[in-house]
Design a protein. Structure first.
Length: 316
């Protein structure tokens, strides 16, 4: 049996989709960026383990968010636009600079917005939460209205995150989409990473750009730093695996990797070495200027994409 629970982090509301049989749950910060704020699963010893690094209090949300953007929805573009400037269909635009040290516009417009709950249900098979944000085109540098509908589902196989976007304006709009979950561990140096074939497009930490990334087979993250963007080679479902031998847990991040969906992903290892961000995205950084992976959405046109998180015990 599954259930839905509401909790409060100070003045911010969050919703949990709960597997009552195992007490495992996914927590969504509905009042702040629709963020993936926690995932609690059972480890190999039968204890509950939190594998998502999220916010634990209202103070953390307010004071720490702009250093990490934990869990949030990245819309209408992921990652950075240098100097916040871009051109689209012959017009120039200036976005708000929210990453002052680098003078970038970072992680778009909705990462800290409250979302409206428009549906929820739970039964023996699973639980579902549906959120909506109606963007009216009023923010500096992005005068393109659209509607964003997010559906979170949890069942015995894991969690799926479905995104649907409709252009509600009268002009073609530029679009990118993504998510920003951080997976937390006691020590990242004890975690193994494995992922399918992909091309490393960029690296902010000096890793070699190549069609091979070095994690085609399971490999330890010990001593390795990543702040890299990858492009998936083949269309279809793509998997990234994180394996924690100490907790006995395997986490699988799976994404639709077709063009116009999550054909790309960013991986970032923070200096703390306590977490790793695995970010499904529809385009690399700065796609509004390069056009690489950019979605051009016509009036009334819709686009949708899905990624998921699965988890299991390593001895299963």
């Amino acid at each position: 049996m599954f259930s839905i629970q509401e909790i409060k982090l100070g003045n911010f509301k969050a919703i949990r989709l709960v597997n009552e049989n195992t007490q495992e749950y996914i927590e969504i910060l509905t009042d702040f960026g629709a963020g993936i704020n926690d995932l609690v699963v059972r480890n190999s010893e039968g204890n509950m383990a939190s594998v998502i690094d999220g916010y634990q209090s209202e103070y953390e949300i307010i004071h720490d968010h702009h250093t990490a953007y934990k869990g949030c929805k990245l819309s209408p573009y992921p990652n950075r636009i240098p100097d916040g400037k871009y051109e689209f269909e012959g017009k120039s635009y200036q976005l708000v600079i929210n990453d002052l040290p680098t003078n970038n516009s970072l992680h778009a417009l909705l990462h800290n917005r409250p979302f409206e709950i428009v549906g929820q249900s739970a039964n023996e098979a699973g639980a579902m939460l549906k959120l909506r944000y109606v963007y009216k085109g009023t923010d500096l540098g992005y005068p393109f209205p659209y509607e964003l509908l997010l559906t979170y589902t949890m069942d015995g196989s894991g969690i799926k995150f479905h995104t649907q976007i409709q252009n509600t304006g009268s002009e073609t709009l530029p679009l990118g989409d993504g998510w920003h979950p951080y997976f937390q561990f006691e020590d990242l140096d004890q975690i193994d990473l494995e992922m399918g074939p992909a091309k490393r497009l960029s690296s902010n930490v000096g890793n070699t750009l190549s069609n091979e990334h070095g994690f085609e087979e399971e490999s330890s993250l010990a001593g390795k730093a990543l702040d890299d963007c990858f492009e998936v080679h083949e269309n279809g479902e793509y998997q990234v695996f994180l394996r924690d031998q100490k907790q006995g847990i395997e986490i699988e991040i799976c994404q639709e990797s077709e063009v116009g969906r999550y054909k790309y992903f960013q991986i970032y290892t923070p200096p703390s070495r306590k977490s790793i961000a695995v970010e499904p995205v529809t385009c690399p950084p700065n796609a509004f200027n390069t056009g690489h992976g950019l979605i051009k959405l016509e009036p009334k046109q819709e686009v949708s994409m899905t990624f998921g998180i699965k988890y299991k015990l390593l001895n299963n």
